[in-house]
Design a protein. Structure first.
Length: 302
């Protein structure tokens, strides 16, 4: 009996050691690719390094003080807030409506799902190139369509106008993001309890009451995921902005990611750009933290 227990203990210890051996390589890769660059960014944000010179000074929190008093940073934050608000209203609402319609099993539902989700397989670079062509003043599809409606002299430069540039980019990003929202809500609708809907229908509930009081509450988990991913995607939007306007004209479409790039690689203020990157990381971290806390809370309730 004692020998059997000793054998079992030895086997468990071997399995634990083997598990740690398998984890060594992934942990090293994670440290090299994620943890080390993050720590290096934090350190650089405390210096006045220009990105080229081998010499730099440790200046403490001076870059962070400069960030929070910089009007360009305030403008970029405002543009990100506008982006988040529109992203939370337009793609999520349209995605939910499309998910409800397609969940009803309309003819050609699979085809429409594929078409609507198709933009999600493209990178932001491709999306930017597509919408650059759509917004082109003379031959762009959008202006051509407006001319067909009865305005033959319409040649509006959507991406070159400071009043429309930001909203034009957000429209392009929303076009891509609708597919993701739709798929997530479709997954949530598959778990909606039909017995509750039937019971409410028997009690005389109208369609909009069924949707508001029966369906929407059961989509809580899907909504948490959609909102979290929407906020995160609206904060890390460098590719699309850079391809379309590079933050212009006159910084009217500047966001945190393009401001970070501008300060780091155009103005050679790597320390200052790293401070902006650190602030952006903190914002995303807070969103992810509350997202996971909500998910774990829901899992605990289940």
């Amino acid at each position: 009996m004692q020998s059997s227990l000793f054998f079992l203990r030895s086997e468990c210890m071997v399995q634990k050691n083997t598990a740690w051996q398998f984890l060594i390589v992934p942990l090293v890769i994670y440290f090299v690719i994620i943890i080390f660059p993050f720590l290096q960014t934090i350190y650089i944000s405390l210096t006045n390094w220009n990105g080229l010179s081998p010499e730099y000074d440790f200046i403490g929190l001076a870059n962070y003080k400069g960030v929070f008093t910089d009007p360009h940073f305030s403008g970029a934050i405002l543009h990100n807030i506008i982006w988040v608000i529109i992203f939370l209203l337009v793609p999520t609402t349209i995605g939910l409506i499309l998910a409800v319609l397609l969940d009803k099993g309309i003819p050609g539902a699979t085809f429409f799902k594929s078409i609507i989700y198709l933009p999600m397989i493209f990178s932001y670079v491709i999306i930017g190139l597509i919408w650059n062509f759509i917004y082109e003043p003379r031959m762009g599809i959008l202006n051509l369509f407006i001319r067909m409606l009865g305005n033959p002299d319409w040649n509006f430069a959507w991406l070159a106008n400071s009043k429309s540039a930001l909203f034009s980019i957000i429209a392009a990003a929303s076009w891509q993001h609708i597919g993701l929202c739709m798929i997530l809500y479709l997954a949530g609708l598959s778990g909606v309890r039909q017995d509750l809907i039937e019971a409410a229908r028997i009690d005389g509930a109208r369609p909009y009451q069924l949707f508001l009081h029966i369906v929407i509450p059961q989509l809580k988990n899907s909504t948490i995921v959609v909102i979290s991913l929407t906020v995160i995607n609206s904060l890390k939007n460098f590719d699309l902005v850079y391809i379309t306007t590079k933050g212009g004209p006159f910084r009217s479409s500047e966001v945190l990611t393009t401001l970070m790039y501008r300060e780091s690689f155009w103005n050679y203020r790597m320390g200052y750009g790293s401070a902006i990157a650190s602030v952006l990381f903190f914002i995303v971290f807070v969103v992810v933290f509350f997202y996971f806390r909500s998910v774990m809370k829901e899992a605990g309730d289940v």
